[in-house]
Design a protein around this ligand. Structure first.
Ligand code: 5GP
Length: 185
């Protein structure tokens, strides 16, 4: 069975990582799914674990990753760099697994260009005002960064038509089931 690259994207605060975690922990899929741990220069948030949520690196280390061709894709987002280390993705795909990427739009477009067989999913909020409230309520970013993230979200939303699937995150369990259905289809 050939591997599957499942690329999940959507506005900051919409619940992408919660849906992915819920699917990985709670929904049985026809093939084994693994999460691709990105490299980032963003400092860890409270509760985030090195090597689980992200590989937290310096700008110098990230730059070296770019120069060495270690990254499948990368982008600058709200002042920090984020990128997908390529080797773990290819290794898991060679074993027939489904590899799940949680990345922003510029990264999605790079992946689609190099690997057109990748399946892309946009997670949208049921209500944009709710999203803004949730992002502020989360308290992980200061107001200027919240505003920047919301602006990026609105701009990126214009590209919703480039995605293969769209899931509305009204309820995490339902959204996780919909994501699993996409894997199985
Ligand atoms: P956060 O700082 O909230 O964890 O992530 C900010 C944004 O960066 C999110 O939209 C997330 O999907 C995206 N992101 C996380 N990892 C990567 C990556 O490896 N590459 C790209 N292009 N975006 C990423």
């Amino acid at each position: 069975m050939r591997g599957l690259l499942l690329v999940v994207s959507g506005p900051s605060g919409v619940g992408k990582s919660t849906i992915i975690e819920e699917m990985l922990a709670g929904v049985r899929t026809g093939r084994e799914c693994v999460f691709s741990v990105s490299m980032t220069t963003r400092p860890p948030r409270e509760g985030e674990i090195e090597g689980v949520n992200y590989r937290f690196v310096t700008r110098e280390r990230f730059q070296r990753g770019i120069e060495n061709g270690e990254l499948l894709e990368y982008a600058e987002y709200a002042g920090n760099y984020y990128g997908t280390p390529a080797p773990p993705v290819f290794q898991a795909m060679e074993r027939g697994k489904c590899v799940i990427l949680d990345i922003e739009l510029k990264g999605v477009l790079q992946v689609k260009k190099h690997m057109p067989e990748a399946v892309t999913v946009y997670i949208r909020p049921p209500d944009w005002d709710e999203l803004a409230k949730r992002l502020r309520g989360r308290g992980t970013e200061n107001e200027a960064l919240v505003v920047e993230r919301l602006e990026i979200a609105r701009r990126d939303f214009e590209h919703i038509g480039s995605f293969d699937y769209v899931i509305t995150n009204g309820d995490v369990k339902t959204a996780a089931l919909e994501l699993a259905n996409i894997v199985d289809s």
